[in-house]
Design a protein around this ligand. Structure first.
Ligand SMILES: [Zn+2]
Length: 57
């Protein structure tokens, strides 16, 4: 099975970006925008939580 393109998001700068995701392989990911390694796979729950927490600019 090939890796799939999944949406990930950065906990630090809230950037969202597609990355290859293979459920069998644990990869240390880095945000392409800010370089943080606090990057998570975006699940429906995570997307809903993010929508509630709009950053106050
Ligand atoms: Zn970032």
């Amino acid at each position: 099975m090939a890796a799939q393109k999944k949406t990930f998001y950065c906990l630090r700068c809230q950037a969202r970006f597609p990355m290859d995701h293979d459920p069998k392989v644990v990869v240390e990911r880095t945000c392409p925008k800010c370089g943080s390694n606090s990057v998570r796979l975006e699940t429906p729950a995570a997307a809903a939580r993010r929508a509630e927490q709009q950053p106050a600019n």
